[in-house]
Design a binder for this molecule. Structure first.
Ligand SMILES: [Zn+2]
Length: 272
């Protein structure tokens, strides 16, 4: 099965029986004079072997880099398995080096916003897009106007702002991406996004609407995070409550930074 997205750009197929179904992490391969892998999936040997077989078929002995969108196990767990077999160097944003080590991945190259990964004939630009995590990046294949987004933008729904993330920076990162000419988004989970600008604007609008909703709920009186979650998501599955609380808190932290909301006792209130 071959999944060529554009000439020399491949989406590595995940196993049809993957336990995560459509939520399984995506991995991409860009092949020019050299090749770069973008994310690796989990450190599970079967998936890693499938990725290696694919890489060996599409880019025999030219894999030079393993680009990590952010240090979460579903995106870089397979780094060392790929590196051991190919000798490719692991590339991580400088802010993510320590967290990558926490997951037992040692970066060979640390990059910052604007750095270029040159694969002889194609260039991948590092765009620092803090939000989902502070060390998240997108990789921009300018020659083909393709953006690899990791968990900054998904093929479905709204990405989670993790406890190591930041809502204010997330919105700024999305706004920054609007400055690039992008034809196609290759997300960390879910299907390709063929209307990038619309998707990015939708995500920004969704976050700003949620923020307005929170401000208006807090305008009715002091409320705890749990009370806010209950009002915003009245029919929420109990298993998702903790995640929802994190998202509400990420919004509230942004509003506190902006001096629009304050903590009083164990509840939040709108600042006059
Ligand atoms: Zn993630």
């Amino acid at each position: 099965m071959e999944t060529e997205i554009a000439p020399g750009v491949y989406s590595i197929p995940t196993a049809a029986d993957s336990f995560m179904g459509m939520y399984a992490p995506n991995a991409y391969l860009v092949v020019a004079g050299k090749a770069a892998l973008i994310d690796t999936g989990y450190q599970d040997s079967e998936a890693a072997q499938r990725n290696l077989d694919y890489i060996n078929r599409m880019a025999p002995s030219t894999l030079a880099y393993i680009l990590v969108t952010h240090p979460h196990p579903d995106h870089m767990g397979g780094c060392h398995i790929v590196k051991d077999s190919t000798g490719a160097q692991i590339v991580v944003h400088a802010l993510g080096a320590a967290r990558a080590e926490d997951f037992r991945v040692t970066a060979d190259i640390l990059v910052n916003d604007g750095d270029i990964i040159d694969i002889d004939g194609e260039r991948l630009e590092v765009i620092h897009t803090p939000g989902h995590t502070l060390d998240s990046v997108c990789f921009y294949l300018r020659g083909k106007e393709i953006l690899f987004t990791g968990d900054n933008i998904l093929g479905f729904g709204t990405p989670v702002i993790s406890s190591s993330g930041d809502m204010a920076q997330y919105i700024q990162s999305l706004q920054k991406l609007l400055n690039y000419r992008i034809r196609l988004l290759c997300p960390g989970h879910g299907p390709l996004v063929k209307e990038p600008e619309r998707k990015i604007r939708e995500l920004i609008a969704h976050r700003l609407e949620r923020e307005q909703q929170l401000l208006s709920l807090l305008g009715q009186g002091r409320k705890s995070v749990a009370e806010l979650v209950a009002e915003i998501y009245p029919e929420l599955d109990r298993r998702l409550v903790e995640l929802a609380e994190k998202q509400v808190l990420a919004h509230i932290n942004k509003l506190i930074q902006e001096d629009k909301v304050a903590l009083s006792g164990n509840r939040y209130t709108v600042k006059e």
